[in-house]
Design a protein around this ligand. Structure first.
Ligand code: FPP
Length: 236
């Protein structure tokens, strides 16, 4: 089976390099995140132009809680403001917003904007924008295993019926197709606990650019590289 690639239906991005972008300019790390938020806006716009159905962005990992308090606060302020200010644009552009991760761990002001964005865009039918927040893939997988074990113990599910499909339906991404293309910026060759289950057959493109420098042309170039790949899904 050789599936020739058109536009990826789902693009997932590990947005890396905000801190180094800021350091290189003698700026505080928070300025790198602010510049990164502008690249988020641009990535959403480019995905809309390309007709991508799902864009998942790794915005805050479960490990990011170990960063200095000042940086965490700056990121949470930025997230809250981003959602508040961009909601009218999302509504106008028919973007449907989702969030995955341990959202309860986020400050109430962020949860409020997340809930508001999810609710107000629920009927939209264009690009699905998914932010991974307080997200860790191992936690997602263990949460699914725990939920399935509870259901089995309660006699609600037959353990023999647990296959890939059933397991997928217990992940945070249950109604979202797997990413076709995974992009990581800043040249690092790591997955960093992001969508471990879901990227089993994703094509991976690594960009040397720091996330704040990753613009429309860079995303289009990654999509073009994806289109040249031959996806075999384990067959010939
Ligand atoms: C990685 O760069 C980036 C993050 C940990 C956060 C991503 C956040 C944004 C792009 C901005 C805000 C997002 C939204 C949705 C408003 P890093 O800090 O790890 O960079 P480094 O590896 O160079 O230190």
């Amino acid at each position: 089976m050789d599936i020739s690639n058109e536009t990826p239906r789902h693009i997932a991005i590990i947005m890396d390099g905000n801190g180094r972008w800021a350091n290189a300019r003698g700026l505080p790390r928070a300025d790198g995140h602010r510049a990164g938020a502008e690249s988020v806006r641009e990535a959403v716009e480019t995905c809309r132009q390309l007709g991508v159905d799902y864009l998942t962005l790794y915005a805050f990992s479960s490990e990011n809680w170990n960063r200095p308090k000042k940086e965490i606060n700056a990121l949470m302020d930025l997230l809250e403001r981003f959602l508040r200010e961009k909601l009218p644009e999302m509504l106008k552009q028919n973007v449907r917003f989702h969030a995955i991760g341990k959202l309860d761990a986020l400050p109430p002001k962020c949860r409020k904007q997340i809930d508001r964005a999810i609710t107000s865009t629920a009927e939209n039918t264009g690009l699905n924008l998914i932010l991974a927040l307080s997200y860790g893939s191992r936690e997602e997988i263990t949460d699914a295993a725990r939920e399935l074990a509870s259901k089995a113990a309660a006699g609600e599910i037959d353990p023999a019926s647990i296959d890939n499909e059933v397991f997928s339906q217990h992940l945070y991404t249950k109604d979202i197709p797997d990413p076709d293309l995974l992009i990581r910026t800043s040249g690092e060759l790591r997955i960093s606990n992001f969508l471990l289950w879901q990227i089993s057959y994703s094509e991976i493109v690594i960009s040397p650019k720091f996330w704040p420098d990753f613009k429309n042309a860079d995303l289009r170039a990654a999509v073009e590289e994806y289109a040249r790949r031959h996806r075999r899904f384990g067959t010939v």
